[in-house]
Design a binder for this molecule. Structure first.
Ligand code: WQD
Length: 344
């Protein structure tokens, strides 16, 4: 039984593949390496001693996607491949719609052709309208505020229509909150190209001296210390949520959305303080204006995933910061540099 993981060489993809391999699944990875590194797959082989069938494929190339299904016995698909930078999506909406939506459309058409009707889809908490206070449940109002979030919402709707047309489909829509951290080995992790948009990789790059100081985007929000509050979830907990969703997909049909978050919110200043404690490094920062599009508070009510998937996040904020720091310390320039040195 093989699981196809699209985007499997990426940050969340590589961690999901690790847990799948450790659980005995056979995996096939399709990734165009536009925002990921082949070294991550090499390291998965090191960590597990297990083979990975890899296709350097863009989902927009239908023939190449079909070849994957012709050459492998795919039972289910975990679909993570997609562009995911909010700011970039505002600058290049058509690029995002074409890549994320057309790519998913082609994948679903090929799955249908080969009678593969089990999918776990990587969605996001950005599909919710900004809920100014309280935990977000799967019934909270939907309404993305940027093209990236709208691609996720449109894909969710497309998948719901697919199920209405054919009740043999089994689809889980996993709405991620804020994935952070890395596998405890320090061998795979988040490797954002260029200056990180997200808080944690920015903090770790300040701690390791790659960046001078952190800008805190606003301290005038209606929160305990005025800075933004988010539901940070360890990427390994997130990966394990995918395994539970695959198990469910094997035994039921239907379309269900699940919030993958811890149910706890932490502020930017709390994250800085926690990181300083676990790393022993000082994180210089300045308070600057709010970032356009940011909301004050966003954290999950994960009770549906706990009840229906039998999944709950286990790792706390200290472990998230410690694991993020270990990855950064052991890989100061992500995968890139190691790729050159490993060629020596
Ligand atoms: C977290 C907090 C910032 C950077 C984004 C995407 C979302 C999802 C997760 C894909 C906020 C503050 C950040 C910095 C800061 N990605 N911050 N200085 O915006 O909650 O969510 O990543 O699905 O779609 O929107 O995450 O890490 O960018 O910000 O003060 O340099 O840290 O204001 O309060 P966000 P983030």
């Amino acid at each position: 039984m093989a699981i196809l993981v699209t985007g499997g060489a990426g940050y969340i993809g590589s961690h999901t593949c690790l847990e799948l391999l450790n659980s005995g699944y056979e995996i096939v990875v399709a990734d165009n390496l536009s925002n990921s590194h082949i070294v991550s797959l090499r390291r998965l082989r090191e960590l597990t001693g297990k083979p990975i069938t890899f296709y350097n494929v863009d989902l927009l190339d239908r023939d190449s996607v079909e070849a994957i299904f012709l050459e492998n016995n795919i039972d289910a698909v975990i679909h993570l491949a997609g562009y995911k930078a909010v700011g970039e999506s505002v600058q290049m909406p058509l690029h995002y719609y074409h890549n994320n939506i057309t790519g998913t459309l082609i994948l679903c058409q090929v799955m249908q052709k080969f009678d593969v009707k089990r999918m776990v889809f990587s969605s996001s908490a950005t599909v919710y309208t900004s809920v100014e206070s309280g935990a977000i449940s799967e019934d909270s109002p939907l309404g993305a505020t940027n093209p990236y979030g709208r691609t996720k919402l449109m894909i969710e709707e497309m998948l719901r229509d697919l199920y209405v047309s054919d009740h043999d489909w089994s689809i889980s829509l996993l709405r991620y909150f804020n994935p952070v951290g890395s596998h405890v080995s320090g061998r795979i992790g988040e490797d954002p190209g260029g200056i990180p948009n997200n808080l944690t990789p920015y903090i770790t790059q300040v701690a390791v001296g790659k960046l001078k100081s952190l800008r805190v985007f606003g301290n005038d929000y209606p929160t305990p210390d005025g800075t933004g509050v988010r539901d940070y979830i360890h990427v390994v907990d997130l990966a394990l949520g995918h395994l539970k969703a695959i198990e469910k997909a094997m035994s039921t049909t239907g379309v269900e959305a699940y919030n993958l978050g811890t149910g706890k919110g932490y502020s930017v200043l709390e994250m800085i303080r926690t990181f300083e404690q676990v790393s022993g490094r000082k994180i210089p920062y300045t308070i600057v204006d709010r970032r356009p599009g940011d909301i004050a508070v966003c954290y999950a009510d994960p009770s549906k995933a706990i009840k229906e998937l039998g999944w709950a996040a286990q790792r706390g904020i200290e472990e998230m910061c410690a694991d993020a720091w270990r990855w950064q310390l052991h890989n100061p320039n992500g995968y890139e540099e190691m790729e050159q040195s490993s060629l020596v």
